[in-house]
Design a protein. Structure first.
Length: 277
């Protein structure tokens, strides 16, 4: 399973390396395919006074530091066409933010340049789109080296819900990996007045549901101290809780759980055979 994880925005090289190192160790332990994510510019803020990050050039240097020091794959987003060429040499996955998922020039340029080096473009499905509207996105990008990430669906003011039937629809209809962004799905856009709110307590249950559905990957924003993070704190997981969430919510099984699962399967097979006698 793909795990895309990291803080909402870049704060420093040291901070990014610390979080990436902890997450890579965890993902290596459970044999997940890890991608460190963080943004150099949170261009879409609720308020003019919202913190945005270090900017493209400083941010790319910090992401490069993560790749060199931690040895993991890196993902970040772009907002304008000119940024694609600047960002691609540093990252393994280029991300299109949800509110820009229909920007034709940005989509085409991203896929066009990413394909030259066999890199991936991860497109966040807009909160305003129906699942079947993703067909329009893929008509612009094709399906080679493209991922689609669901990050919740608008449900009235300041509220998102997760439509698992819609996620299943996309998995059935589109020949691309479908990722579930569990932390942004519990966000309340603009819910705190000058910033977005959210409730991280709902994240573990959503992860469990997505994994049960057979999702291709999870997108998890996390931070050592989310309540004091510069952005998206209310919906980010605490870094120390990531392993607990993975283990308790069905992404990984303990040895005891695997033994119990094996016994249960064997008994079901035995009873099924016996029912035909």
């Amino acid at each position: 399973m793909k795990i895309i994880a990291g803080p909402c925005q870049l704060e420093s090289s040291e901070h990014a390396i610390e979080i990436a190192s902890a997450l890579k160790e965890l993902c290596d332990k459970y044999e997940f395919e890890f991608y460190f994510k963080s943004s150099y510019d949170k261009a879409n803020r609720t308020s003019l006074h919202g913190k945005r990050g270090p900017g493209i050039f400083q941010g790319l240097q910090w992401l490069s530091d993560v790749r060199d020091e931690v040895g993991c794959k890196v993902l970040t987003d772009v907002h304008e066409v000119w940024q694609v060429k600047e960002v691609l040499p540093t990252v393994d996955v280029l991300q299109i933010p949800a509110f820009l998922c229909r920007q034709t020039d940005l989509l085409i340029r991203s896929v066009e340049l990413a394909s030259l080096t066999n890199k991936v473009v991860n497109i966040k499905k807009g909160q305003f789109l129906a699942p079947w509207d993703v067909k329009g996105i893929l008509s612009k990008t094709g399906t080679d080296n493209v991922w689609i990430t669901d990050r919740g669906t608008s449900f009235g003011y300041n509220t998102l819900v997760t439509d698992f039937t819609g996620i299943q629809y996309m998995r059935n209809e589109f020949d691309v990996p479908i990722i579930f962004d569990d932390t942004h799905s519990v966000q309340k856009p603009g819910g705190n007045g000058n910033s977005s709110g959210g409730n991280r307590d709902y994240v573990p249950g959503l992860i469990r549901a997505a994994v049960a559905q057979g999702i291709d990957g999870l997108f998890i924003e996390c931070h050592q101290d989310p309540d004091n993070a510069p952005s998206d704190g209310p919906n980010m997981l605490k870094l120390e809780d990531c392993e607990k969430v993975f283990k308790e919510r069905g992404i990984v099984m303990s040895d005891f759980q695997l033994i119990c699962f094996g016994i249960a399967v064997a008994l079901l097979v035995y009873w099924s055979i016996g029912s035909y006698d």
